[in-house]
Design a protein around this ligand. Structure first.
Ligand code: BJW
Ligand code: ZN
Length: 242
């Protein structure tokens, strides 16, 4: 444990308000592939070629195949010690907000309560015609699933590139980022906006920011603490000592 880590622990111990931002890296040790990892994502497509309204408009069956693959994959997986440690951290901090970019639902499965899923959830679908949102846990939705109410084409209830985030959720995420004394940024490459800017909100308001990642990111330079290593090891170590 370096001097850096003990200083961060002290800050966390005293903090009344803590925000955490997570990305795909926190689920990597559960077996969920990251988006920008070395192996590519799915059949050599880039995420920017599949997670867009354009891709869905032109090839809805391809996009659904991709999401069915994700559903089947995540269905057999569960949370890891990093997710679990954040549940423990929530119990220790008076005001705790967990902002996640992940759609895998693993934070909720682990038992975190105040979770903002700002990019949506893999297990929810939305009708493109009547806009009704429903939860559907089937691992395979078929190629072109239809709405039970109106027969319209269903889409995953996730946020694609070029789409706006749900405004009330983003507002809560910004508020939590601005008012926290400490923000932990765990397992995100910090390239996708507006999530990547939330740590800036914290810094701008005088809070401290700490990054936990296996490698440095474009945000590392602005961090007060950079903890290099696996989330599944660092997060429990940090939280258990509080
Ligand atoms: C570990 C680890 C271990 C691994 N332990 N760590 C300004 C400039 C240019 C463009 C834009 C801009 N503002 C907005 C845009 C457009 C766009 C954007 O940001 N593009 C960038 C690529 C440049 N943003 C949007 O379109 C957003 N909407 C928006 O801004 O609306 C207003 C607007 C619209 C149009 C124009 C301008 C404004 C919406 C973004 C939606 C992102 N959606 C996705 C898909 C969600 C559904 C799904 O999952 O299928 O969200 S894309 C994908 O990336 C997914 C993720 O949540 C997101 C972030 O990825 P994440 O989590 O960081 O994963 P990775 O794989 O990138 O990184 C993993 C990290 O973990 C790595 O760092 C590893 O090192 C680390 N790691 N193992 C610790 N064990
Ligand atoms: Zn409908």
């Amino acid at each position: 444990m370096g001097p850096d880590r003990s200083k961060l622990k002290e800050l966390l111990k005293k903090a009344e308000r803590v925000a955490v931002l997570t990305g795909a890296g926190i689920s990597a040790e559960s077996g969920v592939p990251t988006f920008r990892g070395a192996d590519g994502l799915w059949r050599n497509y880039k995420v920017t070629e599949l997670a867009t309204p354009d891709a869905f408009a032109q090839h809805p069956e391809l996009v659904w195949e991709f999401y069915n693959w994700r559903r089947q994959l995540v269905n057999g997986l569960t949370y890891n010690p990093a997710h679990k440690a954040l549940v423990d951290l929530e119990a220790k901090v008076p005001h705790f907000t967990l902002i996640t970019q992940n759609v895998d639902g693993l934070h909720l499965k682990a038992g975190s309560r105040n979770v903002l899923e700002i990019h949506g959830n893999l297990w929810k679908v939305r009708c493109t015609r009547c806009h009704k949102i429903t939860t559907d846990m089937s691992p395979d939705m078929g190629t072109l699933p239809k709405c039970q109410e109106c027969g319209g084409l269903l889409r995953p209830h996730v946020v694609w590139f070029g789409e706006s985030l749900d405004y009330p959720l983003l507002h809560q995420a910004m508020e939590a980022s601005r008012t926290c004394q400490v923000m932990l940024v765990i397992g995100t490459s910090a390239v996708v906006q507006p999530a990547a800017s939330l740590a800036l909100e914290t810094k701008g308001a005088g809070g401290k920011v700490a990054e936990i990642n296996v490698e440095e990111t474009p945000n590392s330079r602005m961090m007060d603490f950079v903890l290099l290593g696996k989330a599944g090891e660092i997060v429990p170590e940090l939280v258990n000592s509080l």
